[in-house]
Design a protein around this ligand. Structure first.
Ligand SMILES: [Fe+2]
Ligand SMILES: [Fe+2]
Length: 499
């Protein structure tokens, strides 16, 4: 395929283009334009690659040190630029999903959370643009950087790559669900990349994770505050949870994924680093994979003919470190779910004090419920507890009754009108924005200011009109497989890799 040459060939140009982006998506408000953005490379835990085929050798500091070869038909440059493409796409995409919430913020505190999250996600998008333009520097990477700023959440052929980043977030329950469930997957992915074999990625994660921790805390706190106020019907919040939890599971990728295996081999992503300084990989595999998932993986392996994936040779019987590395997403999603289980125990304690006795508790849905491709559970019918539902008809009725619908929107308008439907915070998560620390290297410090206009507004004629410049030649090239609305994280990669 012939590839359009990107006019964005350095971070300087990406930075200039990102000013056009801020104006184009309506993020050209003083608070954002006067904020300082920077590229930060933090210290890393180790200089050597901790896992995979290159374990024990020094992390790669420049592309000239990358291994040569092909993995599922792609070289490491392409694998990395796709990774930057997807990671960066989610950062900018979430900004576009959240921008409409400004006016409906229930309090100044919530508005401050929104603005802080947008600032930091924009910076994360920058960090990926920097990685593409200043580390990778291939034609594919330059095009990736350009399209990161040209795709738009929910915009047809020019949409963001993953379905979860194309659904508009229309209210503040959705916002806190997004931070608690979707952003938390972002946290999982960044955690995996912090030990990456590629030094620039590994060093990028240090500061990103410091920022991300506040997004996640804001989401958890949002739930605590909504429940503490005691106004929001718990059954209604449960419906939001039923919608968002499986999207969060899906974002972790297929439970069996050849990409996970390739990432492991290349040392890009490995076992989830949940227990610092403590190697849990020698423990029993069955203790680190969600019980429903563990049971189902064993069943599928034993009955592989009945399933579309080949569940062979999973090596689940022994130590975690010996499992088939195609199952690494199953381990990561388990850590994610266990964190949420702890939060839900706290949420239910709040319900006991803030709601009348007998109010039903909240349920964190089973990993089986309402899953989409590339999950092994896609197209299967379960309820939120993980019990099978016999017929398509029963399942449709169950889905309608347990996901947010038009009648709920009306009930919500009444709740939102009460104003005190969400309690004030006990502590301010954003008392300060995230600071750099000694040991961090900081580049490209930028305050755009409200007066400055991007030179790309003139150079790319369509830009001023709001449409992305030349989307057909750019988005289509960097993302040849256009996202379908229901697509989920890594399915783009899985499909590209022919998995
Ligand atoms: Fe982010
Ligand atoms: Fe985030």
């Amino acid at each position: 395929m012939t590839q359009a040459r990107s006019p964005i060939r350095s971070f300087e140009e990406f930075r200039e283009y990102s000013l056009w982006y801020l104006h184009d998506v309506g993020l050209n408000v003083p608070d954002l334009l006067e904020n300082e953005y920077k590229i930060v490379l933090g210290p890393v835990r180790g200089e050597t690659i901790p896992f995979g085929d290159y374990a024990g050798t020094p992390k790669w500091k420049a592309p000239s040190e990358f291994p040569k070869g092909e993995w599922n038909g792609r070289d490491i440059h392409q694998i990395l630029s796709n990774l930057a493409n997807i990671q960066g796409d989610t950062e900018f995409g979430s900004n576009e999903q959240q921008v409409g919430l400004w006016d409906s913020a229930p309090s100044d505190y919530d508005r401050k959370i929104l603005m802080s999250v947008i600032k930091e996600e924009f910076r994360h998008g920058w960090q990926m643009g920097w990685f593409a333009t200043e580390t990778l520097k291939t034609d594919h990477a330059f095009l990736t950087a350009k399209t990161l700023l040209e795709r738009r959440s929910g915009r047809g052929a020019n949409a963001r790559l993953l379905g979860a980043f194309n659904n508009p977030i229309t209210d503040w329950i959705g916002m806190y669900c997004f931070l608690e469930f979707m952003d938390r997957d972002g946290g999982s992915q960044l955690s995996l990349l912090q030990d990456s074999s590629v030094m620039a990625l590994s060093r990028s994660m240090t500061f990103m994770l410091r920022e991300e921790a506040k997004h996640l805390r804001s989401g958890q706190q949002g739930f605590e505050r909504m429940l503490a106020a005691g106004k929001l019907p718990v059954d209604l919040l449960q419906k939001y949870v039923n919608l968002f939890a499986p999207l969060g599971y899906d974002l972790h990728g297929g439970e069996r994924s050849t990409n996970a295996l390739i990432y492991y081999k290349l040392g890009l992503k490995g076992f989830y680093p949940a227990q610092r300084g403590q190697d849990y990989t020698g423990e029993r595999a069955r203790d680190y994979i969600d019980p429903h998932l563990y049971e189902d993986l064993l069943h599928r392996e034993a009955n592989s003919a009945a399933y579309s994936y080949q569940f062979l040779d999973l090596r689940l019987g022994g130590a975690l470190r010996d499992i088939n590395k195609e199952l690494l997403n199953a381990v990561t999603v388990t850590f994610y779910k266990r964190t949420l289980e702890k939060h839900f125990a706290d949420f239910n304690r709040i319900i006991e004090t803030a709601y009348p006795a007998g109010t039903p508790k909240m349920v964190l849905p089973s990993i089986r419920w309402h899953r989409a491709e590339p999950s092994t559970y896609a197209h299967e019918r379960y309820d939120i507890h993980g019990a099978p539902i016999a017929t398509e008809r029963e399942y449709e009725a169950y889905r309608l009754a347990n996901l947010p619908g038009p009648a709920d929107a009306e009930r919500l308008q009444e709740v939102f009108a009460t104003k005190d439907w969400i309690a004030p915070p006990e502590a301010d998560v954003y008392k300060e924005l995230t600071h750099t620390k000694p040991g961090d290297d900081v580049f490209f410090r930028t305050v755009f200011g409200t007066k400055r206009r991007s030179r790309y507004t003139k150079r790319l004629p369509d830009a001023a009109g709001g449409a992305a410049p030349d989307p057909a030649a750019s988005a289509a090239e960097a993302a040849p497989a256009k996202a379908a609305p229901a697509e989920n994280l890594w399915s783009f990669m899985d499909r590209e890799a022919g998995a």
